[in-house]
Design a binder for this molecule. Structure first.
Ligand code: NAD
Ligand code: ZN
Length: 356
């Protein structure tokens, strides 16, 4: 069908539908993308199950999806750096470019950010999607479309490691071995960490972390005392980590990340848990442990792409499942319940490997 624009539209809680949408018209600084690969993120599942994340509430039908790559189908008049046929990764958040934060180079903090599949803005699990051209990154021929889609979570890992100041010889503790913990592990290694210890409640996820090169893994139980686990971390690493990156956001992992970090080190919180968890703040204060937040990424896509293109990071191992866009419901079910050891579930809008 010439104007087939099948889209996965979230209407409300537990109500995800496939339907036709008009192919969008582009403005002079945009490109029209023929979408290829779209990964499912925990937040997509969260919108399906809860209809909201914090103060972002789904009130109108919204196309889901934001970890994506596509092929340029049309270019706006002012677009210089892309041409029809280019394969691109799509950075999903487009800021206003005018506010103080944008001007200061922290565009991820822009209050007027238009972010794919964050209400009220449509995402890109659809055949055709338009996007600001300067937030599309051309992929070298040897980088696959799936890798292009995975630049989104990888950018979170890169941003988290940059916020933590991971560098040559860093000893890093990563809490949680979900997709975000795993990309943080990969980024930390690529940025020169000497050791990365990663924790999780699920052994199978730790096995993947080990395969990806984690120097140590530690299986935890939900009710373990953070004080005790911190001791185990120190014993396994032989030192106290100077950076801890919480990619889980449970109260227990945030507590552990503070208690385990060496004095003068840095804790970075990526995982989103309770709004006001109970954490040992005075412990951090008295030992000058810095606590930093992470909100998505900012100027991190180019580094993420360089890591993948150079072969320093292999994100492919994260992908455990593949579905066609017509099987979106099944894809979400797999991601939601972790069926078959799901880590990253990839949805193919074009038949798999079409644009390799
Ligand atoms: P996920 O749920 O797949 O992974 C979390 C992992 O933590 C799971 O493997 C789980 O078994 C493990 N876990 C749970 N409780 C634990 C505990 N007490 N100790 C150790 N491990 C534990 O989620 P994900 O997609 O990897 O994302 C991780 C977190 O990062 C989520 O909270 C997500 O919302 C958040 N996130 C934040 C940003 C940001 O910009 N700050 C961006 C993306 C994701
Ligand atoms: Zn702005």
């Amino acid at each position: 069908m010439a104007n087939d624009n099948l889209a996965a539209v979230l209407y409300g809680i537990e109500d995800l539908r496939l339907e036709q949408r008009p192919i969008p018209a582009i403005s002079d600084d945009e490109v029209l993308l023929k979408m290829d690969s779209v990964g499912i993120c925990g937040s997509d599942v969260h919108y399906l199950v809860h209809g909201r994340i914090g103060h972002f509430v789904l009130t109108n039908p919204m196309i889901i999806g934001h970890e994506a790559s596509g092929v340029v189908a049309k270019v706006g008049k002012k677009v210089q750096h892309l041409a029809v046929g280019d394969r691109v990764a799509c950075e999903p958040g487009v800021p206003c470019r005018y506010c103080e934060h944008c001007k200061a180079g922290q565009y991820n903090l822009c209050p007027d950010m238009v972010f794919c599949a964050t209400p009220p803005y449509d995402g890109n699990l659809t055949r055709y999607y338009k996007h600001a051209a300067d937030f599309c990154y051309k992929l070298p021929d040897h980088v696959t479309m799936e890798e292009g889609a995975l630049l989104e979570p990888l950018s979170v890992g890169v941003h988290a490691c940059r916020r933590a100041g991971v560098g040559l010889g860093s000893k890093v503790l990563v809490l949680g071995a979900g997709p975000i913990g795993l990309v943080t592990l990969l980024a930390a290694q690529a940025m020169g960490a000497e050791q990365v210890l990663i924790t999780d409640l699920v052994q199978q996820r730790l096995n993947v972390a080990k395969e990806l090169g984690a120097t140590h893994t530690l299986l935890m139980n939900k009710d373990d005392s953070a004080e005790e686990v911190a001791k185990q971390v120190h014993k396994l690493m032989g030192v106290e980590p100077d950076k801890s990156i919480d990619c889980c956001g449970a109260e227990s992992t945030t507590r552990l990340s503070i208690l385990a970090t060496r004095s003068g080190g840095c804790v970075v919180i990526v995982g989103m848990g309770a709004a006001e968890p109970k954490i040992p703040l005075i412990n951090a204060l008295a030992r000058e442990v810095d606590i930093r937040g992470v909100f998505r990424y900012c100027n991190d896509y180019p580094a993420a792409l360089a890591l993948v293109a150079s072969g320093k990071v292999n994100v492919k191992r994260l992908i455990t499942h593949h579905f066609d866009i017509t099987e979106t419901a099944k894809a979400f079910e797999t991601a939601r319940y972790g069926h078959g050891g799901a880590i990253k579930v990839m949805i193919h809008v074009q038949p798999k490997d079409t644009n390799n």
